[in-house]
Design a protein. Structure first.
Length: 206
């Protein structure tokens, strides 16, 4: 005797239809199925089949197509961007005034320039490659994140080509060279560690 459990698929629609016919008063019209609901003949031995209303199928196909590609939000108008920039500058100035009121020795912050953007990418990439780890602690390396940051620097170099001053371009190219060199050294170390021979097995105790 097999221990495999057997089950039977019960079509609840048939049971419901029989109950409705039993409860239906004599002479009352028999309810009809929707016009676009079709039942296909069931082959002998075939498993349960799913019957889908054609209207619902068409609606689902349309909604799936629209959901896969959500419409992009409209871009802000020039007037909206200008008003937002004015509000942002005012909020930033209030913040700086508050900081200087509590720390009179702190001078005004220099304006943010292109070199600050490049420096931010450089610091992020080096930290992701383990730089700045305190002495005695094991470096935490995010090599994939570092690769993404370096690729972003490369995108920045491509998109700003011909639009930078000589000093800005020199800074960008120097930083890009440094982080790529650090990435190559780090990946070489990772590769060497990955092919190291395992330690010899410990002989069994006699």
């Amino acid at each position: 005797m097999s221990d495999t459990p057997k089950f039977e698929v019960i079509d609840r629609r048939k049971i419901k239809a029989e109950e409705e016919r039993e409860n239906q008063q004599p002479g009352a019209p028999t309810p009809e199925l929707p016009a676009e609901t079709h039942s296909e003949p069931v082959e002998p031995g075939a498993g349960p089949r799913l019957v889908v209303n054609n209207n619902e199928a068409r609606h689902e196909a349309k909604t799936q197509g629209s959901a896969s590609e959500p419409p992009a939000p409209p871009a802000p108008t020039a007037q909206e961007s200008r008003e937002q920039k004015i509000s942002y500058d005012a909020a930033a100035q209030r913040l700086e005034d508050l900081i200087r009121a509590q720390n009179p020795a702190v001078g005004a912050q220099p304006p943010v320039g292109f070199e600050h953007l490049v420096q931010q990418f450089y610091v992020s990439a080096m930290i992701q490659m383990g730089a700045g780890t305190q002495e005695g602690q094991r470096p935490r390396v995010d090599i994939l994140g570092a690769r993404t940051t370096i690729d972003l620097l490369d995108v920045l170099a491509e998109k700003t080509k011909g639009n930078l001053t000589e000093a800005e371009d020199r800074t960008l190219q120097t930083v890009l060279f440094d982080v790529r060199m650090a990435f190559l050294e780090l990946t070489s170390m990772i590769s060497l560690q990955g092919v190291q021979a395992p330690p010899p097995p410990v002989p069994p105790v006699q």
